[in-house]
Ligand binder design. Structure first.
Ligand code: GAP
Length: 453
């Protein structure tokens, strides 16, 4: 695809997200809050499905990982220890012409000179570090002792609570602590829709181990994480692994891989998988004066564990799911004329709505009653949507556009009006192939459930 085609594709995706209720700009009616987004009814379901699946495979399906739900408000001492207060910065420049504040490392150059992307001006200040953390005040007094930060990553509360979690869970190395939650960064230039936001969610695992296991576990977690993206339906061909070179890695990391996705706006990071050695725990030991070590009962050794960290962004993965799912093909309209169909090809596991239920006609009481019965039957197993408005082809199309993988139509056959053998059967339509098959109502739950688990 050309750059122009990619830009058009992205425009269509952003417009669909708003039109169908996946993602809205925050505070939109007041002009919008830059870099902050609200998820609409469908976006909320998609995000929920993603987080739930991550939690299932990373925590619940395993014996060696437990969860944590840490606070967002964080004591400065913890973030001083982690290095965020001093070094969590991006280089910033000001454009003297239009007064825009810009990220120095993202400026395009023309004839070897950096330019302002807003006005094309070349009169830029020297780059200076800008700390990305949001600061707030806790309590009624406004003295320096009341400063707190909104956490810039979920990871630090895992390190700070390492000892408590170890004591209560009685896990043996290697074991992990996982967390899903909000993080905040005062990005200089939020951009590419939700990709770089100021408020976002992370899904992070800190997997503690013996030092000699670190490199092997880094390779293990990279493989596991790639598998995860395949299992949620991301096209493997659009995923790439970047082995981050020494010069670009945090100084304490012995190895980092970025898992990248080919967004329409370019290849960008979805997740970092990093071997962080024992840096974080050692920093918190130094600063708090508390012991955050591990006693190996078998070898009788006491030591500070190392850690491998797969750290994924919820919002970036939701955006990748949406970009990956967006497709256009052709389908016949009510009169049989071919028209362009927008179809979101979400993996059924991720789809916001799993099945739509349609009575063929809304003015036939018996059809409506049966359709409501089928809706109630499916509802306790999956997210279902009932729609009786408009021609059946139009109703299918509305569901295709939001990625509902299955459609169930209740027709006169269901009522037994076209022969007893078809009574209590329905048509089950597949979103991708648009093929329809006849299925007994009693088999519906299992037929659909087996595909959405
Ligand atoms: N604990 C390690 C850590 O936070 P990171 O690479 O800064 O590492 C991890 O962030 C992931 O969080 C990224 O791969 C990305 O998916 C997500 N993320 C980071 N900054 C983001 C932002 N401004 N907007 C949306 N997602 C972001």
């Amino acid at each position: 695809m050309t750059g122009k085609e990619n830009a058009q594709r992205m425009e269509k995706i952003v417009s669909l997200c708003k039109r169908r209720g996946f993602i809205f700009q925050a505070s939109e009616i007041y002009g919008g809050l830059n870099g902050v987004w609200d998820y609409g009814p469908l976006g909320t379901e998609l995000k929920y499905n993603l987080k739930q699946y991550w939690w299932k495979v990373v925590v619940r399906d395993r014996d060696d990982v437990v969860g944590l739900d840490g606070s967002i408000l964080t004591l400065p001492a913890a973030l001083e220890a982690s290095g965020h207060v001093d070094t969590f910065t991006d280089p910033m420049v000001d454009c003297r012409t239009c007064k825009a504040r810009l990220r120095a490392d993202q400026l395009a150059e023309k004839n070897g000179t950096k330019q302002c992307p807003n006005c094309g001006g070349k009169d830029l200040t020297e780059a200076r570090p800008f700390n990305l953390m949001f600061q707030t005040q806790m309590g009624a007094s406004a003295d320096p002792a009341s400063i707190a930060y909104l956490r810039p990553e979920t990871a630090q509360s895992i390190f700070v609570q390492f000892k408590n979690v170890l004591d209560v869970s009685r896990k043996k190395l290697p074991f992990g602590i996982a967390q899903i939650g909000k993080a905040f960064r005062n990005e200089i230039n939020p951009r590419n829709f939700t990709f770089r936001s100021r408020e976002f969610e992370q899904m992070e695992l800190e997997y503690f181990c013996r030092p000699e296991q670190g490199m092997d576990l880094l390779a293990y977690w990279l493989k596991e994480r790639i598998r995860f993206y395949e299992e949620i339906g991301i096209n493997r061909k659009r995923l790439h692994v970047l082995d981050v070179p020494d010069k670009d890695r945090a100084f304490y990391s012995k190895g980092t891989f970025d898992i990248e996705y080919e967004f329409p706006f370019g290849r960008q990071e979805l997740e970092g998988v990093a071997y962080r050695t024992d840096y974080d725990l050692q920093q918190h030991i130094k600063s708090s004066g508390k012991t955050l070590d591990y006693f190996d009962e078998e070898t009788k050794e006491r030591f500070v564990p190392h850690v491998v960290e797969p750290s994924a962004g919820v919002d970036r993965t939701v955006l990748a799911l949406i970009c990956d799912a967006y497709d256009e093909d052709s389908a016949p309209d009510e009169k049989g004329k071919m028209e362009t169909r927008i179809v979101m090809r979400f993996h059924p596991r991720m789809a916001p709505i799993k099945c739509a239920v349609f009575p063929l006609l809304k003015n036939k009481e018996a059809l409506v009653a049966k359709a409501r019965e089928v809706q109630a039957l499916l509802r306790s197993h999956m997210n279902v949507f009932y729609d009786e408005g408009g021609a059946i082809g139009r109703r299918y199309r509305r569901q295709d556009e939001i990625g509902t993988p299955f459609g169930v139509t209740i027709d006169f056959e269901t009522l037994g009006e076209k022969g007893e053998e078809l009574r209590d059967t329905v048509t089950l339509r597949d979103r991708d192939s648009m093929k329809q098959e006849r299925v007994a109502i009693k088999d519906l739950v299992e037929t659909i459930s087996s595909k959405i688990r």
